[in-house]
Design a protein around this ligand. Structure first.
Ligand code: ARG
Length: 417
């Protein structure tokens, strides 16, 4: 529809671009549809390998989960789409690019910032935002121009690629209601999953998955295979209350079977390879990385610096993780690594341990010193502070040591307990 709109409104000669990111769509049918609409040229670009290598792999290294839950399935594809749009636009000497996002989501932000960061000279059009049609008028517009649309396909707003599938709209907009079964295509419901558990082993090298059950695989095949295996066990359904970058709280449903398994395994492997110091610091980096990518700032220099940091730390994240898949859940069952920092002789409760238990006494004395000293001082005193409130002075009194007893006094009136 956007194509027709651009042709009509701007008398534009339109070139269309569709990327294959593993979304399992009939790209030839899309080409035919575009050609029927009278586009100057249509590009189908197979970008699966690039997507996995340059977008999904860095996300794995960063344990990328926005707000602790969303594996950024859609978000990761947007900077790549922006890049390819720009590549084609420059090759074709186009003066503008256009996209079909609405004005309410994150995708417009990601695509427009991406294009403008890479080629600021290009104008960006967003027909769906411009035309301001409601759903009924859109259907009418499509009908008038003989553009085929299927109502079933449009029950939800779906975005899919190898890393997973995002589902929005319809009943999903009511956050208290269960997502209907027809919203899912990559996973079975847990109760329909096999009664028998399945164990898979993921091999990692350079912090990315390189083998499945001992068989070496390229990223695309590994993710595709694991999607099928884990999806059949009902793994990777995610129901998320999400804070969009445009300020809206939105209920989102995802399916990401392979991503769920790989991220679980990767995080686990990191724990045997990295020091506690490294792990604690990396959590901050990971969450900042995920936020930048979610928020459309893939090309922000900070993200590049975080990538460099992650790269420097992650080289030795190598080894195998065994996962048990059973009725919608994935459980780590074991891990090993040539760079493992686990020292059996130190860890064992056996009498032969090399750990110097006698050293603990002095350690505890010094490690706890600041806490013990502070508690001694504070438990003998109460803290008072004067706070200005509506031109009156309130006295806040905190009886330290009793977490519940924060009182605010106004005169003699106790405001809360
Ligand atoms: N909420 C997700 C995100 O912002 C998914 C967006 C899905 N996009 C779509 N067109 N259905 O990344």
């Amino acid at each position: 529809m956007s194509v027709k709109w651009l042709q009509e409104k701007y008398k534009a000669s339109v070139i269309t671009v569709t990327l294959d990111l593993g979304q399992q769509e009939d790209l030839e049918a899309i080409r035919e549809k575009a050609e029927k609409l009278g586009v100057e040229r249509h590009y189908n670009i197979d970008a699966k390998d690039e997507f996995v290598r340059d977008y999904v792999f860095p996300a794995i290294k960063a344990n990328a989960l926005y707000e602790g839950k969303y594996p950024l399935t859609t978000a990761l594809s947007r900077p790549l789409i922006a890049r390819k749009l720009v590549e084609v636009a420059l090759k074709e000497n186009a003066t503008a690019v256009a996209h079909g996002c609405t004005g309410k989501g994150n995708d417009q932000v990601r695509l427009e910032i991406g294009v403008r960061a890479l080629a600021p000279q290009l104008k960006v059009y967003s027909p769906v935002k411009e035309w301001g049609m409601d759903r009924a008028s859109e259907i009418e517009y499509a009908r008038r121009h003989g553009i085929p649309i299927s109502a079933k396909k449009h029950a939800y707003s779906i975005d899919q690629n190898l890393w997973g599938r995002s589902v929005e709209c319809g009943v999903i907009e009511y956050p208290d209601q269960s997502p209907p079964e027809d919203a899912f295509t990559l996973t079975v419901p847990a109760e329909k999953a096999p009664d028998r558990a399945e164990t898979v082993t993921l091999g990692f090298k350079g912090s990315v998955p390189v083998s499945l059950n001992g068989e070496k695989m390229d990223g695309v095949s590994l993710i595709r295979t694991l999607n099928a295996i884990a999806g059949a066990h009902g793994i990777g359904r995610i129901d998320h209350m999400e804070d969009r970058v445009v300020g809206i709280k939105s209920r989102e449903v995802y399916e990401a079977p392979a991503a769920t398994c790989i991220l679980e395994a990767h995080k686990d492997l990191e724990k045997i390879v990295l020091t506690g110091m490294e792990l604690r610091f990396k959590e901050l980096v990971d969450s900042q990385w995920s936020y930048l990518v979610y928020a459309g700032l893939w090309f922000e220099p900070l993200k590049r610096s975080l990538d460099a940091f992650i790269e420097a730390m992650e080289g030795r994240v190598e080894g195998e993780v065994k996962l048990k898949l059973y009725k919608g859940s994935v459980m780590v069952q074991g891990r090993s690594s040539p760079f493992s920092l686990y020292d059996f002789d130190l860890a064992t409760y056996d009498a032969k341990t090399t750990f110097k238990a006698w050293a603990s006494e002095g350690f505890i004395e010094l490690w706890g010193l600041p806490t013990i000293v502070a508690q001694k001082v504070l438990s003998s005193k109460t803290c008072e502070a004067k706070v200005k409130n509506k031109n009156e002075t309130l006295l806040i009194r905190d009886f330290v040591g009793d977490g519940k007893s924060l009182h605010a006094f106004h005169g003699h009136q106790q405001l809360y307990d």
